[in-house]
Design a protein around this ligand. Structure first.
Ligand SMILES: *Cc1c(COP(=O)(O)O)cnc(C)c1O
Length: 483
């Protein structure tokens, strides 16, 4: 069995196994002509369930053969230009190479004696990101598992700061727009804030937080003797890519003495955009920022970070363990990241971004993100000119929210069902994958464009497929109803 452990004497087996895995993925990517096979859970589950985990195959090649049938053949492939659904990107090859390196070396980013250079590399990338944001000389931060954890971490710091100023825990309130991410609610729950602690501020027509509404909500909070713990502005809402008016939100937040967190999980790609960095103007006023490199920097899952303006705030998550990070080590100024993190053992995800920047450069990544912004604008023009569809808003980043409309007046319930059907039927065909959401309680379809290889022709082709499914649904419905 020791031959399966990676050591200095098993490097042949290591090479053979990893290259074999890489070859299979490469062959699969080269052969897939659609993002999905359309397999159903009912069809796939028996294959997974039939595998006896207590009877090993003893050989990586055999296990990879088996994996073809339970995973690789029917996976959802984000690299395909007609995968247009969620915030998933095709990944940068240097980052995939880094993934192989970091899992083989297996550094853990909690202490220096488990990571050495990895800690320094993560610190450089945290400093680089904070500088891009403009957080100032005292900034710091840490890599996390994703935007959900980054938001939780930031709100933990905000809560501790509010409590340190003497706020009553039951009086804490968090303000975010009605288009903000649900992880803010989840974080509030984990932090023990009450069920009404997160106040949803209405959005304008472009799905940006209404500043006068935020002002009113903050004033009401003050009048009621409650404590404004944090304002969470979103720089790139998940559905619309909309960016809250950051300078005005920052000014109001400061006036009320609250912590400003900017959730740029999606919009962080603008940090490296050669032409549209200005869309993030005001982000430099944040007390904390969430960035998801796995959304708009072409990084494999996971790669995210939480940055703070004042490194001292990170102390709220610092605990000392004699076995790991004793006070003595801090006094000796031995660098460690566990003092800043909610996690203990932690992946060296930063290496993926490091190799990406060292190969492609920030401008290279940003140019790809710019291509996506241009593609979204072209896609909006296509949709706006197409009488079969209604599009909600001009894209702020790279999403398009729209719905199919029938040629003749039809009830809203039927339109809803036709759109739901079109999305499901397209998924079942595997020819493209699109997302869905609701706007004013009606069902809409959504494209999230994160693949620079997607073309306007792909968008047109997917719209034709959706319209054909919706048309057919309407026809069948009318046959059922009018005999
Ligand atoms: C995706 C997203 C999150 C959550 O990030 P994960 O990496 O999925 O945990 C938070 N906020 C926004 C705006 C997002 O789009």
């Amino acid at each position: 069995m020791r031959s399966h452990l990676l050591t200095g004497t098993t490097t042949r087996e290591y090479r053979r196994s990893v290259v074999d895995g890489v070859e299979r993925v490469a062959a699969r990517l080269a052969a897939t002509d659609r993002p999905f096979t359309g397999i159903t859970p009912d069809a796939l589950a028996p294959r997974v369930d039939a595998i006896d985990l207590d009877r090993p195959l003893g050989d990586t090649a055999a296990a990879l053969d088996e994996l073809e049938a339970v995973y690789l053949r029917d996976a959802v492939y984000f690299h395909h230009p007609r995968y247009l659904a969620h915030l998933n990107c095709p990944v940068a090859i240097p980052a995939v190479a880094a993934e192989a390196v970091l899992s083989a070396v297996n550094s853990s980013l909690d202490t220096w004696d488990q990571s050495a250079g990895a800690t320094l590399i993560e610190r450089r990338l945290v400093a680089w990101t904070a500088a891009r944001i403009g957080l100032g000389p005292a900034a710091d931060g840490v890599f996390t598992s994703g935007g959900t954890q980054s938001n939780l971490h930031a709100l933990l710091l905000a809560r501790e700061e509010a409590l340190a100023r003497g706020a009553d825990p039951a009086a804490l309130r968090v303000f975010t727009s009605e288009c903000g991410h649900f992880s803010v609610q989840k974080a509030a729950k984990l932090l023990g804030l009450g069920p009404g602690a997160v106040i949803a501020v209405p959005c304008d027509h472009d799905k940006r937080m209404r500043v006068p509404a935020l002002a009113r909500a903050l004033e009401e909070c003050a009048r009621a003797g409650l404590a404004p713990m944090a304002v969470v502005a979103t720089a790139g809402t998940t559905d619309f890519g909309s960016i809250d008016p950051l300078p005005a939100v920052a000014a109001l937040t400061a006036r009320h003495g609250a912590w400003l967190h900017v959730d740029a999980a999606y919009g962080c790609g603008l940090l490296v955009s050669p032409t549209r960095r200005h869309l993030l103007a005001g982000i430099e006023h944040a007390d904390s920022v969430t960035v998801d490199f796995h959304k708009s920097f072409f990084q494999p899952v996971s790669s995210s970070a939480m940055l703070v303006r004042d490194s001292a705030a990170l102390r709220h998550a610092t605990y000392h363990a004699d076995y790991l990070n004793p006070r003595r080590a801090a006094a000796e100024r031995i660098p460690n990241q566990v003092d800043k993190s909610l996690q203990t053992t932690r992946r060296f995800d930063a290496l993926k971004l490091w190799l990406t920047l060292r190969v492609m450069g920030a401008d290279g990544v940003g140019a790809l993100f710019d291509d996506l912004l241009d593609l979204a604008e072209q896609g909006w023009k296509v949709l706006d000119a197409d009488p079969r569809f209604e599009v909600v808003a001009r894209p702020a980043l790279t999403t398009l929210v729209f719905r199919w409309l029938p040629p003749h007046p039809t009830g809203p319930a039927l339109i809803d069902r036709a759109n739901l059907h079109a999305r499901a039927a397209l998924f079942a065909s595997g020819r493209a994958v699109v997302a869905g959401t609701t706007v004013h309680s009606s069902h809409y379809l959504k494209f999230t464009l994160l693949n620079p290889n997607t073309t306007p022709a792909d968008i047109e082709a997917v719209l034709d497929l959706l319209a054909a499914h919706a048309d057919r649904y309407l026809e069948e419905e009318s046959l059922v109803r009018v005999p």
